[in-house]
Design a protein around this ligand. Structure first.
Ligand code: C2O
Ligand code: CU
Ligand code: CU
Length: 574
């Protein structure tokens, strides 16, 4: 059979199944909202009926599945209580929001079962769609796949002044799009490359009744791995108005939009005059080139397999995500698409003072590479190693080089960035707004620019990582901290041969070792009689923090091996 014929037959069968299942369509679940200064999230184990009459084991926030949508105003203070009522340790991260690292909920900020975490911060973000999810190292995929994920809607004056739909659940809807794998007992399998069930807001085969007017949808790809190519049935036009970090400068008339794991997009669909009709939001994944999770082949070369990936009717095929049934217009409808949105202030390339190159490689080359680990600059994530120390106020260009055979959605905490180029070419308009996730295709080089203007000298680092949760959990992640060198370094710091050790005497639990002339190799601490007390590898990094909280107070010798030679000094540990 020719490939075209096979595809036609396949879509015929899928079409037939869809018609056959039409009666089983379920109304879209719309999570409730929480707003105000004090917000409580109770993380809990539960069960949920994805399939009628069958209990699936899940995790959720304030319920059995997903979590409430948090609606916040820019400039407001928010005090959050996260009660961990799960039987497992976890964390909660506010993806895309600009908060200090200790409020950020990364892998260092663990919440033990039966305990609570109390982040508190001022909302500094622009109006947009953000989200929250667990971020415990090696278990992010499990906790997200079992169900914990919620949306965050930030509002601001700039957005309020525009004629846009903004009544939640009426003309403004969250769409958390995910694929999951269910076993024969309808339990969620994690990790898995056999995610053949599509759901929106935890609803399989959903429909939504929409009014015959302009409706706003906030899309989040909350899948562990799958990339979607969003489009409407009949190739109808929709308008993208926002990317990850807020509104674009003007609505973009599109028929397709790529959405990788972690990415958000706000869309307007004009249903005016369509009363009585149905439209489908689709993923046109048949259009993906190989080398993207969701294409016919997940690797660039057809001999590259990913365990469990085939057969899966979603791969390389077009499929339905949600059906919109258009009803009558409601009160105060928005009936036109605005011409302009907001003024974006992309950072000029000339403002960058530092360039960092991050190269993605498979741990093992060859046709089996998709099943293994992926590395950033040759190393896997290490909780004890700070990969980059970024001076406060720095504007930086990060060069992402993908030397592997699969596309990786790269995400960075703390900042929103602007994409400068893809392989030297200006990105398409949908990638010209504020972003915190960018899909880097095989053999591609993507450059972005960002400024690190706040939150220096925090006690915990920020993460950057691949947002394919399987890759992240296997260590495709690194961490950075923002340092204010005018306050972070005191007078007794040891500076020799380009190496700085601070603070000396130590304060708190950590000694920090940085090098600005060459990369570090290892750090060893000896007692004054020469016995080795601690050795830490630091290959390829220019900053490492050593936990010295278990040392008794006194004088020690510290030896730092760098690529340019060794340094030995005395330090006081308090
Ligand atoms: Cu959405 Cu580091 O995460
Ligand atoms: Cu994040
Ligand atoms: Cu990846």
């Amino acid at each position: 059979m020719t490939k075209v014929l096979r595809k036609t037959l396949l879509s015929f069968i899928i079409g037939f199944l869809t018609i056959g299942m039409a009666a089983a369509q379920q109304p879209l679940l719309i999570p409730g909202t929480l707003s105000g200064t004090d917000i409580t999230l109770n993380l809990q184990n539960g069960t949920y009926q994805f399939y009628q009459g069958i209990n699936t084991t899940t995790m959720g926030a304030n319920g059995n599945i997903l979590g409430p949508t948090l609606v916040l105003d820019k400039g407001q203070q928010v005090n959050i209580t996260v009660n961990n009522q799960l039987v497992d340790t976890t964390t909660i991260h506010w993806h895309g929001m600009h908060v200090s690292a200790s409020n950020d909920g990364g892998p260092h900020t663990t919440i033990a079962p039966g305990t609570s975490w109390h982040p508190a911060f001022t909302v500094m973000d622009k109006a947009g769609t953000y989200w929250y999810h667990p971020h415990l190292h090696t278990k992010t995929n499990k906790h997200v796949s079992l169900g914990i994920a919620g949306m965050i809607i930030v509002k601001d004056e700039e957005e309020s002044s525009l004629d846009l739909p903004r009544t939640y659940g009426v003309d403004d809807f969250p769409l958390v799009i995910q694929t999951k794998d269910f076993d024969a007992d309808k339990q969620i399998v994690v990790p898995s490359n056999s995610d053949d069930v599509v759901m929106v807001n935890a609803t399989i085969d959903p429909y939504l009744d929409v009014p015959a007017q302009v409706v706003r949808f906030r899309l989040l790809n909350g899948s562990s791995q799958r990339v979607f190519k969003i489009g409407l049935s009949g190739n109808n036009t929709f308008y993208q108005i926002a990317s990850d970090g807020g509104l674009l400068s003007e609505p973009l008339a599109l028929t397709r939009l790529q959405l990788a794991p972690g990415e958000r997009a706000e869309l307007l669909i004009d249903f005016t005059g369509k009363e009585g009709q149905s439209l489908q939001l689709m993923s046109y994944a048949a259009e993906f080139p190989n080398g993207i999770y969701g294409a016919t082949n997940p690797g660039m070369m057809s001999n590259m397999t990913l365990n469990g990936y085939n057969p899966n009717p979603l791969n390389g095929a077009n499929f339905n995500i949600i059906t919109f049934n258009v009803g009558s217009m409601n009160n105060n409808p928005v009936t036109s698409i605005p011409a302009q949105l907001v003024t974006l202030n992309p950072i000029p390339e000339s403002e960058a003072t530092t360039t960092r190159q991050l190269t993605f490689t498979p741990e093992q080359m060859g046709p089996n590479q998709l099943n293994g680990k992926f590395l950033i600059n040759g190393v896997s994530f290490n909780m004890d190693v700070i990969n980059y120390s970024i001076p406060l106020g720095n504007t930086e260009i990060w060069v992402l080089k993908n030397q592997s055979a699969i596309a990786h959605p790269f995400h960075i905490h703390d900042v929103q960035f602007y994409v400068l180029d893809r392989n030297g070419v200006v990105p398409p308009p949908e990638e010209q707004g504020r972003k915190d996730v960018i899909l880097v295709k095989p053999q591609e080089t993507v450059r972005f620019i960002a400024s690190f203007d706040d939150f220096a000298n925090d006690s915990v680092p920020y993460m950057y990582h691949c947002h394919m949760l399987t890759h992240e959990d296997m260590g495709m992640m690194g961490q950075f901290e923002v340092v204010d060198n005018t306050t972070g370094v005191n007078n007794n710091n040891i500076e020799v041969g380009g190496v700085t050790i601070y603070p000396n005497p130590s304060m708190g639990d950590f000694l920090t070792v940085t090098s600005d002339e060459s990369n570090l190799r290892s750090i060893t601490i000896y007692g004054l009689t020469g016995e080795q007390l601690l050795k830490r590898q630091a290959t390829g990094n220019n900053l490492t923090k050593i936990d010295v909280s278990t040392f008794t107070s006194g004088l020690y010798l510290i030896k730092i091996e760098t690529e340019k030679g060794d340094v030995v000094k005395k330090v006081v540990i308090k």
